[in-house]
Design a protein around this ligand. Structure first.
Ligand SMILES: [Zn+2]
Length: 234
């Protein structure tokens, strides 16, 4: 997700969003919970902005570096968030292994490096680079979020960003049209909006998107990796 997208969403939420938040927020919350837990066949839909392909590994190894992280995120806290996202994605059928990388230590072969770098995150909160096997987090984007809205739960944004970018390493290259999916984009930049089960446009003080992969995210991940996992097992 781009910084611009998040900031425009935050300003929307803090402005007109406050008025809407009180209306049906609880009803919408329960639909959201259902959407996170279950996936109807017709709800597996993407913006067709990328081609899903198998992850290509039987197990994904993630190595977490903490140097350059914003001061308000602890090393243990970020490691636990990476682990939470990875363990959730493991429901897809691909093993995961998460470990911290002390400064100066060598990177294990084939591992995905989770690191803080504005250069590699290129202005985003997070950016997955499959070729270089880096999941980069952007300190500047989180610093801006903290300045603009110190009350916003930054750990939720970080958890969501980690889950989303990790999804690309599990083979999900297209973005979901279902608003609640962690792989979703709320719109396609051409005026089309994501969908919810009850047809409401997401409104409220917090992001509608889940913090961890939803039932539909996992269903897509299983579908794209199913054949490859059989052949890897042979
Ligand atoms: Zn993405």
């Amino acid at each position: 997700m781009s910084l611009r997208t998040l900031l425009s969403r935050l300003s929307r939420l803090l402005g007109v969003g406050l008025a809407i938040a009180g209306l049906g927020a609880f009803a919408a919350g329960s639909v959201r919970e259902q959407e996170i837990a279950s996936c109807l066949p017709q709800e597996v839909a993407t913006w067709t902005d990328g081609s899903d392909r198998p992850a290509g590994v039987a197990a994904l190894r993630l190595v977490v570096r903490h140097d350059g992280a914003p001061a308000w995120f602890g090393a243990g806290q970020v490691l636990a968030m990476v682990d939470r996202a990875a363990q959730s994605w493991a429901a897809c059928g691909i093993g995961v292994q998460v470990q911290a990388l002390p400064p100066g230590a060598a990177m294990p072969d084939g591992a995905v490096q989770v690191l803080w770098s504005d250069e590699r995150a290129a202005g985003h909160f997070g950016l997955a680079n499959l070729r270089h096997r880096t999941l980069a987090l952007g300190p500047a984007a989180f610093a801006l979020l903290n300045r603009r809205n110190p009350a916003h739960p930054a750990q939720d944004t970080l958890q969501m960003v980690l889950s989303h970018e990790m999804g690309h390493f599990f083979g999900l290259m297209a973005h979901s049209r279902r608003c609640v999916d962690v792989m979703s984009y709320y719109d396609n930049g051409k005026g089309e909006r994501c969908f919810t089960r009850d047809g409401r446009v997401p409104a409220g003080r917090t992001d509608y998107r889940a913090l961890l992969p939803t039932a539909c995210d996992i269903a897509r991940c299983r579908a794209v990796n199913a054949g490859a996992l059989v052949s890897l097992a042979r």
